[in-house]
Design a protein around this ligand. Structure first.
Ligand code: PHE
Ligand code: ZN
Ligand code: ZN
Length: 479
């Protein structure tokens, strides 16, 4: 199971952890900056930007597709706007089978370099047309948010980066290239990637990406925004159909919004959103008619303000900041299992107060194995190791007893860390040498600085003769 595919329970546990870290920051020396109120971004400016992209297409054979002159002209146009506003920009080129393409990356100077909030949209169209809804809308909306931030004079707590991707229509090539070539340390600095692809569909819906539970906090901020404005929304599992995919598969929290494409609006959806049922959200999806006429300006305006809200909110959000939890703070919740299964996921019933085995302290523990038949049991919890930690460790008490004899490992307990989709086994314990006494073990987690990881204890038993791995008083501490 990949770390980003953990259950909702794990996401709740990590939200609780973030809340408790925030509490630490409040009690310590760092006080969070007051968040700037969300802006009312100008849909008039966005419409002017869409017209500029339409004009670029018209002057370049009717499209802004990869390998065609209208794409490079679009990238140059966006970059010039950002340069003029004070962004530090890069034109990142890469090759595709349709020709050279470009990403435009724009950094707003300042903010905590260890906490990067990224906002992106693909800038290319298909070759059939000018791509005004797909994805002039996302491109122009995030441009407006970036320019408005620059003009606001606000100071961001976090580092803001915006991206306009090339060759999305060829298979997410620009965003994949960016993540593939970004040094690991820089990938690990990205706390959130939000993606906007088609936000002004003519027969609109309001679909919030729901395919990355780690992004729940940002996803929840987005849905809360729509709810506060009285705009009904639905979740959509985008399934890697846009540029958040390479961020998501690295394990970065992602969210995004989609106003709908080739799919048909149902009558229930038309009832809550208006528009026409039995008709596509965007009947001009990937067609020559995806022009200035193919936009619902109410949807565009609403989604623009939502994007402004998200950028402003995450510009100032405490994402761990420079505040470090005091040395020795246990970052695991319910570490001694005395609150039952709270904050842990895994095999139900493994966390128990059953007196068939002792606890190290209190009466609850995680009793993995002990079945005497083929079984796999685990308990796990997600935790974020602060980027600024100079030491980080996992410790736990373990008591192993067995009905097996001899030195062959029949039943095992693995102590694992899942990070960015990779599972690393820190230690394997087996029935061999089990003494039914308590011992404490510590492993370094320093390699996971700045990462959200899952600490996992995984027991596997063979078909006969039980081995019980009893785990208690766990801790992840940093300094
Ligand atoms: N990425 C798709 C395109 O550009 C559109 C899309 C966005 C589809 C989000 C699903 C979800 O064609
Ligand atoms: Zn498209
Ligand atoms: Zn698109």
């Amino acid at each position: 199971m990949r770390s980003i595919r953990t259950t909702a329970l794990t996401a709740v546990a990590s939200a609780t952890l973030v809340a408790s870290l925030t509490g630490v920051a409040l009690a310590g020396t760092t006080s969070p900056a007051a968040a700037a109120p969300s802006p009312d971004l100008s849909v008039t400016n966005v419409t002017a930007s869409l017209q500029a992209l339409q004009d670029i297409a018209t002057a370049n054979g009717g499209n802004r597709a990869t390998g065609r002159p209208g794409y490079k002209a679009s990238a140059d146009w966006v970059r010039a706007r950002l340069d003029a506003a004070g962004f530090t920009t890069q034109l990142q080129s890469f090759s595709t089978s349709s020709g050279t393409s470009y990403n435009v990356i724009a950094d707003w100077p300042g903010g905590d370099p260890e906490h990067v909030v990224m906002t992106g949209a693909h800038l290319d169209s298909v070759s059939a047309g000018p791509g005004i809804n797909d994805n002039g809308t996302g491109s122009a909306a995030i441009l407006e948010a970036a320019l408005a931030w620059a003009a606001s004079g606000n100071t961001a707590r976090n580092h803001l980066r915006f991206a306009w991707w090339g060759a999305e229509e060829q298979g997410l090539l620009g965003s994949n290239y960016y993540m593939r070539t970004l040094p690991t340390a820089d990938k690990d600095r990205i706390d959130l990637y939000q993606n906007y692809d088609m936000v002004g569909s003519p027969n609109p819906g309001y679909f919030v990406y729901d395919d990355n539970p780690v992004g729940n906090e940002a996803r929840d901020a987005m849905t809360a925004y729509y709810t506060s404005k009285g705009i009904p929304w639905e979740y959509i599992d985008v399934q890697g159909r846009s540029d958040h995919a390479s961020f998501r598969s690295y394990g970065i929290a992602t969210t995004g919004m989609y106003a709908g494409g080739e799919d048909i609006k149902t009558s229930a959806q038309a009832q809550k959103w208006g528009g026409t049922s039995g008709r596509a959200f965007d009947p001009c999806y990937h067609r020559s008619c995806d022009t200035m006429a193919n936009i619902n300006s109410t949807a565009l305006d609403r989604n623009l303000d939502m994007i402004g809200h998200m950028v402003w909110l995450y510009a100032d959000k405490d994402l761990g900041g420079t505040s470090v939890p005091p040395t020795g703070t246990n970052l695991l919740a319910n570490p001694g299992f005395e609150s039952g299964a709270a904050s842990w996921t895994g095999t139900s019933g493994a966390i128990t107060s059953n007196t068939g085995r002792p606890a190290h302290a209190g009466s609850w523990k995680a009793w993995l194995g002990g079945n005497g038949r083929t079984a796999t049991e685990s308990v796990q919890q997600q935790v974020t190791i602060p980027a600024s930690a100079t030491a980080a460790s996992l410790s736990y008490w373990l008591r192993t007893d067995t009905a097996e004899t001899g030195s062959t490992a029949y039943d095992t307990l693995k102590v694992q860390v899942v990070s960015g989709g990779t599972t690393t086994t820190l230690r394997t314990v087996s029935n061999a040498g089990a003494t039914a006494t308590w011992a404490q073990t510590t492993h370094s987690l320093l390699a996971y600085r700045g990462k959200t990881i899952t600490v996992k204890f995984l027991a596997t038993e063979d078909s006969s003769l039980q081995t019980s791995f009893v785990l208690d008083d766990t801790a992840v501490t940093t300094s």
